[in-house]
Design a protein around this ligand. Structure first.
Ligand code: AMP
Length: 360
């Protein structure tokens, strides 16, 4: 167990890092943040901010040496940066392997399948010809996604017919992609799980996630599906964490089909937007359990006390309080300066009732 007063380093300075830093402070840790931005949300609540690029191996090594462990708040940390941290001798959790798998959609899908987790039918697409072959196999339609650096629906193109193939390929930069079948799902949920250093796991209730233009807007808990299906989503997420010998919190996104079948879409090797309600509604929130896990502490229970709805506050929505604020609605703001259109500025959590079931 890392003693209180130790230093936890976080690569990345966004809102996830900020909420991790607050959770770490609650447990008596100091947080050092490393990122290239000059005044990021996480640095405003951290003991120290190192402002340097992820390609600066010397700065990274020095940063890591000043920390007792290092973790991440975003998955697109370059592999070389992860190696530089690992080379410093400071433990890096959840570790380079989970990051490498999550950074590449082809590796990710292949890994999920290799551990027996079902995903939508997909093909590797390295050339225009691969794309045309894939489309033929999928009846002419599909969703093309770049293998790397896609988030919040960016780096994706819906292909409704073969006629769209060329423009989709060019729009995404004619680079390595995957083609997926267009899944006609009922709804989307996520499995949120924490795995401790000694291998114990806790899973929160899977939320129902609603997106707009590829970005998460709202999560409702519990998701309105058969509790057995929610239990399966939890079990599969635990299975993934175990297969990667993972330490920390991860989120596995699923499509729920009309017959209750679950298809995994992607996973995030970090705390996740769809788990932002957990501190308000549960015995232990995702940020605290991530810190506990990477610090080698016992995990807290994920037991849930309330049904809730989490709503992301985007752009100018941050300029007025959320509906119901002051009664059953709590507010978290990320300390970002300008309320630019499409920018996640904060979130609200509204209690919608006592939990009918405290687990799924
Ligand atoms: P992703 O970046 O993979 O999480 O995709 C963003 C959103 O696009 C998902 O949350 C879904 O709403 C939608 N989406 C992704 N993949 C598919 C698919 N194969 N079929 C239908 N919708 C999808």
């Amino acid at each position: 167990m890392l003693p209180a007063g130790s230093v936890i380093g976080i690569l990345g300075g966004g809102q996830l890092g900020r909420m991790l830093a607050c959770a770490a402070a609650k447990l008596g840790f100091d947080v050092h943040v490393y990122c290239p931005e000059t005044a990021p949300p996480a640095a405003r609540v951290a003991a120290r901010h190192v402002c340097a690029g992820y390609e600066d191996a010397v700065a990274l090594r020095n940063f890591a040496k000043a920390c007792d462990i290092v973790t991440v708040e975003f998955e697109n940390v370059p592999a070389a940066a992860a190696e530089a941290v690992a080379a410093s001798g400071t433990p890096f959790r959840p570790g380079a392997k989970a990051l490498a798998v999550a950074q590449d959609r082809a590796e990710e899908k292949a890994f999920l399948e290799s551990v027996g987790i079902a995903v939508a039918d997909w093909r590797r697409v390295d050339t225009r010809e691969d794309l045309l072959n894939g489309l033929q196999a999928f009846g002419g339609a599909g969703l093309l996604k770049t293998r790397r650096e896609g988030y919040d629906g960016k780096g994706q193109a819906v292909i409704a017919s073969r006629a769209d193939a060329d423009s989709a390929w060019e729009d995404l930069g004619a680079r390595a992609c995957v083609l997926e079948t267009l899944v006609e799902f009922d709804l989307e949920i996520s499995g949120l799980v924490a795995r401790g250093l000694s291998g114990e796991c806790v899973a929160w209730t899977p939320p129902h996630n609603m997106h707009s233009e590829g970005m998460l807007r709202r999560s409702r808990v519990p998701a309105p599906v058969d509790p057995q299906v929610l239990g399966q989503a939890q079990d599969i997420s635990v299975q993934l964490a175990e297969a990667m010998d993972y330490v920390g919190v991860l989120a596995l996104e699923f499509f729920v089909m009309a017959d209750g079948q679950l298809l995994a879409n992607e996973f995030a090797p970090r705390v996740h937007n769809s788990g932002h309600w957990t501190p308000e509604a549960c015995a232990t929130g995702q940020f605290e359990n991530h810190i506990r896990a990477v610090a080698g502490w016992p995990l807290g229970r994920a037991e849930r006390f309330h049904d809730v709805e989490m709503i992301n506050i985007v752009g100018q929505e941050a300029l007025r309080p959320p509906a119901g604020f002051g009664t059953d609605v709590s507010l978290t703001l990320y300390g970002k300066g300008e309320a630019r259109a499409g920018r996640k500025m904060g979130h609200s959590v509204r209690r919608t009732g006592p939990a009918r079931s405290r687990t799924a």
